[in-house]
Ligand binder design. Structure first.
Ligand code: GUN
Length: 288
C-alpha cells in the first residue's frame, strides 16, 4: 500500500505547535511576532498566496502587516519600504512576494532585506549559512518537504536523493538540506542528459520543475518516496484542475510514499513561514 503523505494534516500539526510557541513568546516578551508581507502588482496567484499567508499568521497569533504596491512602483519606493520595515523593531519578518514585475531588480530587493528578518531565507547571507550547514532561517518550501520526509524516513542517512529543478527557491536549498541529512544528492535540470535513468535510481525524488505531470512511473524506482512541489493549473475535459510535476495516477502505484497535489507540499510552505517568523522573532529578541 502506498502511503499518501498528507500535507494538510502535517501542516496543521506545524501550525498548532507554532501557535503554542507564539503564545509562550507573547507571555515571555509582551509582544507578538510581527510579519510584513509585501506584494507588488496584481498577479492573481501571488494575491492568493499573500492572502493565505496573512490569514494563517492571524490564526497562530502572529501580527501581520500587508503592503500592496502598484505594479508600476519604482525600485526606490520598494527599497524605502524595506528600509522602513528593517528599522521597525515590531516587525520580525519581511517577505516580498515573488515574482516581481520585470522592471524591478529582484536580487537588489532580496539583498536589501535585513538577513535577521529574511523569513524566506533568500538573502545571500542565509543562503551561505545553509550551504555551511548552520542556517537559522531556511527557505519555507524545502523545509516543508523535509518535515514531510521525516514522517516516512526518520533517518535519511545514506539514501540516494534526486532533486529535479535547480531554482533558488526550491531546488538548490532542497539539495542543501538533503545533503545536511546525509543523503547522496543529485540535482537534475532542463539540460541534464538521461534524467529518467538518473531518477530511476533514487530512493527519494523531489520534483520542482514547474512542468505539469512530467514525472512518470518509468522514472521511479519501485518503493521510492516521491515529493511533488509542483502546482500547475491545467485544463482537462473542459475543467480547470491543479496538478503537480508528477503524474500522480501513473506514479502512485510504483512509489512507497507520495505527496498529493493539492494537499501536499502547498500547505507546508505557509506553515513553515509561520515557524520561520517565530524563529526570527526569537533570534531578534534574544540577540537584538
Ligand atoms: N513565490 C513563490 N514561492 C515563494 C516563496 O516561497 N516566497 C516568496 N517570497 N515568493 C514566492
Amino acid at each position: 500500500m502506498t502511503v499518501l503523505i498528507n500535507g494538510k494534516l502535517i501542516s496543521q500539526q506545524v501550525i498548532d505547535e507554532t501557535a503554542k510557541e507564539v503564545s509562550t513568546f507573547v507571555e515571555d516578551f509582551g509582544l507578538a511576532p510581527g510579519l510584513a508581507v509585501v506584494l507588488v502588482g496584481e498577479d492573481p496567484a501571488s494575491q492568493v498566496y499573500v492572502r493565505n499567508k496573512v490569514k494563517r499568521a492571524e490564526e497562530v497569533g502572529i501580527r501581520s502587516l500587508e503592503y500592496k504596491l502598484p505594479a508600476t512602483s519604482s525600485q526606490e519606493t520598494l527599497d524605502d519600504l524595506i528600509q522602513k520595515l528593517n528599522a521597525d523593531s515590531t516587525v520580525h519578518g519581511i517577505l516580498v512576494q515573488l515574482p516581481l514585475p520585470d522592471h524591478l531588480n529582484e536580487e537588489a530587493v532580496l539583498l536589501a532585506i535585513d538577513p535577521a528578518k529574511d523569513v524566506d531565507g533568500f538573502h545571500p547571507l542565509n543562503v551561505g549559512a545553509l550551504a555551511c550547514g548552520d542556517a537559522s532561517l531556511v527557505p519555507c518550501t524545502p523545509m516543508g518537504c523535509m518535515i514531510m520526509l521525516a514522517h516516512v524516513h526518520p533517518d535519511l542517512s545514506g539514501k540516494q536523493a534526486v532533486v529535479i529543478g535547480r531554482s533558488n527557491i526550491v531546488g538548490k536549498p532542497m539539495a542543501a538540506l538533503l545533503l545536511q541529512a546525509n543523503c547522496t544528492v543529485t540535482v537534475v535540470h532542463s539540460r541534464t542528459k538521461n534524467i529518467e535513468s538518473i531518477c530511476s535510481q533514487a530512493d527519494i525524488v523531489v520534483a520542482a520543475i514547474g512542468r505539469p505531470e512530467m514525472v512518470k512511473a518509468s522514472w521511479i524506482k519501485p518503493g521510492a518516496t516521491v515529493i511533488d512541489v509542483g502546482i500547475n493549473a491545467i485544463e482537462r475535459d473542459g475543467k480547470r484542475k491543479l496538478v503537480g510535476d508528477v503524474d500522480f495516477a501513473d506514479v502512485e502505484p510504483v512509489a512507497s510514499a507520495i505527496t498529493p497535489v493539492p494537499g501536499g507540499v502547498g500547505p507546508m510552505t505557509i506553515a513553515c513561514l509561520m515557524k520561520n517568523t517565530l524563529q526570527a522573532a526569537k533570534n531578534q529578541v534574544l540577540k537584538p
